[in-house]
Ligand binder design. Structure first.
Ligand SMILES: *Cc1c(COP(=O)(O)O)cnc(C)c1O
Length: 389
């Protein structure tokens, strides 16, 4: 059977060129970068090369990049790290209602520990209004954390404007760029960010490695205590193969960034049209234009997203409903609720995320197969029949 993967927002395969770059660092070059001998120094050079590549990609200097165990750690480290480092100045944090759980739960933890959190709403397209962020700032506000590209509905936030407000008001600004890192281009100065999270396994690199960009002069309270790695900001022996892999993944993404961004946008829009034109009572979720180049999120009325997902899976097609972390839960995701979708519509949502190995034929195949599946499921749906009579 033909198998088509359209869940790149959940994770991506490791590019074979990334794997080849990583392999020597498991055995031939196994040194600990903190060791002073030749074995260690060789590993250290590889880590620093990856750091240089990643810094150059986002327009940072290498000392501003800290390697972590992934996007979740980067988010935790940014949010708790700034909150605790600045707790003598204030205890108020601003975030949005559609953040990833890594941000939401970090904020919830802080709330349970004496901090105050304001969550700004989003509009029906999932956009944060920068003036809502500005209005939420008080003289106790120390941190704003608003994501770049949303993992479920693909909406891209006006981070440059939010960052500009944060800077004028003297508040630290963090963005979770895990979904947007690698495509489209990232420029930390243009985005006015002080901290930025990214993850290896969302960009054709390995799982278990990520970065946190920390602008020079931004203080964070480290929460991994141990050796002095990463200039004291994140203890623990470096994950050398992972770091090398993430560096290579960024190098590959940079090599054809503009072309790949255009290619994905064209595939994305073709798929959106193909679904909306061929399935009645379907709608696009997320902003039509300000969205990640690879995200297609649609709601199809009178069917369960879960049933659609399983039927597609039987045809060899992999996608998701809401986000991978919430799809085992019966409640619609917090993102679907935040954009104001009725429960039933939210339940009929499907997310297809495209990537490096998605072809035009894949798009044709999936948009060709979906209407038949919807028709079959709707024929069994009492809701659909009631509405039609
Ligand atoms: C995947 C993801 C994360 C978590 O990254 P991990 O490396 O899996 O810990 C955080 N934020 C967003 C937006 C994500 O999509």
């Amino acid at each position: 059977m033909k198998r088509i993967y359209m869940d790149y927002a959940a994770t991506t395969p490791v590019d074979t060129r990334v794997l080849a770059a990583m392999l020597p660092f498991f055995n031939d070059n196994f040194g600990n970068p903190s060791s002073l001998h030749a074995f260690g120094q060789e590993a250290k050079r590889a880590v620093e090369k990856a750091r240089d590549t990643i810094a150059a990609y986002i327009g940072a200097s290498p000392e501003e990049i800290v390697f972590t165990s992934g996007g979740t750690e980067s988010d935790n480290c940014a949010i708790k790290g700034v909150a605790y480092a600045k707790k003598d100045k204030g205890n108020h944090i601003i975030t949005s209602s559609i953040e990833h759980h890594a941000v939401l739960e970090s904020c919830r933890f802080l709330e349970e520990n004496g901090f105050e959190v304001t969550s700004v709403p989003v509009d029906a397209d999932g956009l944060v209004d920068p003036s809502d962020v500005e209005k939420a700032i008080t003289d106790r506000t120390t941190l704003i954390s608003i994501m770049h590209g949303n993992n479920e509905i693909g909406t891209m936030q006006p981070v440059a404007e939010i960052g500009d407000i944060a800077r004028r008001r003297g508040v630290v600004f963090h963005t979770d760029a895990v979904q947007s890192f690698g495509c489209p281009p990232i420029d930390i100065d243009g985005m006015n960010v002080d901290l930025l999270s990214a993850s290896g396994h969302k960009i054709y690199g390995p799982k278990g490695v990520g970065i946190l960009y920390i602008r020079k002069g931004t203080r964070i309270q480290p929460f991994m205590h141990g050796g002095g790695q990463e200039r004291g900001r994140r203890a623990s022996t470096h994950n050398v193969p992972g770091i090398v892999g993430m560096g290579k993944a960024v190098e590959l993404a940079m090599a054809d960034m503009d072309q790949e961004t255009d290619r994905l946008i064209s595939l994305r829009d073709r798929m959106i049209r193909g679904i909306l034109e061929n399935i009645d009572d379907s709608r696009l979720n997320g902003h039509p234009l300000r969205r990640l180049p690879n995200n297609v999120n649609v709601s199809i009325e009178y069917v369960e997203g879960e049933s659609l997902l399983l039927s597609l899976d039987m045809e060899g097609i992999a996608c998701s409903t809401g986000s991978a972390c919430t799809s085992s839960n019966l409640e619609p995701s917090h993102v679907m609720m935040a954009i104001g979708l009725p429960h039933e519509t939210a339940h009929g949502s499907l997310r297809f995320t495209l990537g490096r190995y998605t072809s035009e034929e894949d798009i044709e195949y999936v948009t060709g197969i979906l209407p038949g599946i919807v028709k079959r499921l709707r024929a069994m749906s009492p809701l659909y029949k009631e509405d039609r009579i």
